[in-house]
Design a binder for this molecule. Structure first.
Ligand SMILES: [Zn+2]
Length: 242
């Protein structure tokens, strides 16, 4: 029944209201009266299984979120009429002063499947085709291995996150904040099948499970360096250079 989902949503909101307005009224009061102060911007796919707030147990005010198919962040183009992403980046970095941007892709991504399958029709096709060059490069790099659909898919899923991250660097707000050393950018991937959150390690060129102690030491990144969060002991020399 279509109404079942509506009932679920209404019930869900009721539980939220109870938790945040009745049981712990201070939770919302602070962020409403004093404004939001999120420390991170998270870009994630619009996939229904992939909500950053749900996956990472955040509270209102914790993260600023941008969701688009396949979590793609296309190259910056000041003349782009579809500047939704640029607006989110600019607002989060310049106004909210977030300290981290995480591009969080995921496995079993329908958008990436569309890209790999050369989907070009409709708005979805138009959107994923923005990353075609990246996909072609992955294909060329894999050579014969690209004939194996699953291998190609897995590789494009990962590479798309790194592609987005590199594009992100060129957004004026990000470029400036990186140079000022007040921002770090991260490539994460939610592995749905395994139930793992992985982060790109530029030293091993692999996505590796994020540690639970991902605290990045403050003032550890001079000259606009930024790094992927890993355990503290390894973190010091880990700059994101790619
Ligand atoms: Zn997806």
């Amino acid at each position: 029944m279509a109404d079942d989902i509506l009932k679920k949503l209404v019930k869900g909101f009721e539980a939220f209201r109870k938790e945040h307005y009745e049981t712990n009224p201070d939770k919302m009061k602070d962020v409403v009266e004093n404004g939001q102060r999120p420390k991170a911007l998270v870009f994630s796919c619009a996939d229904s299984r992939n909500s950053p707030e749900m996956l990472m147990g955040t509270e209102p005010g914790d993260i600023f979120v941008g969701r688009q198919i396949a979590a793609l962040v296309p190259p910056y183009d000041k003349d782009d009429k579809d500047d939704t992403i640029a607006a989110s980046v600019e607002f989060a970095v310049n106004t909210l002063k977030v300290e981290h941007i995480i591009v969080m892709g995921h496995t079993s991504c329908g958008g990436i499947q569309g890209l790999v399958n050369d989907l070009s029709e409709g708005s979805v096709g138009h959107w994923v085709q923005r990353a075609r060059e990246m996909k072609d490069k992955v294909k060329a790099k894999l050579g014969d291995k690209a004939n194996d659909h699953d291998t190609l898919l897995a590789e494009v899923e990962k590479e798309s996150i790194l592609w987005s991250l590199e594009n992100l660097r060129k957004y004026p707000a990000v470029d400036a904040a990186l140079k000022e050393g007040r921002l770090q950018i991260h490539a994460w991937q939610f592995d749905m099948k395994k139930g793992e959150m992985n982060a790109y390690n530029p030293q091993t060129h692999q996505f590796e499970p994020v540690a639970t102690d991902v605290a990045v030491e403050e003032h550890d990144h001079k000259h606009g360096e930024n790094c992927v969060p890993f355990p503290k002991k390894q973190n010091k020399k880990r700059g994101f250079h790619r």
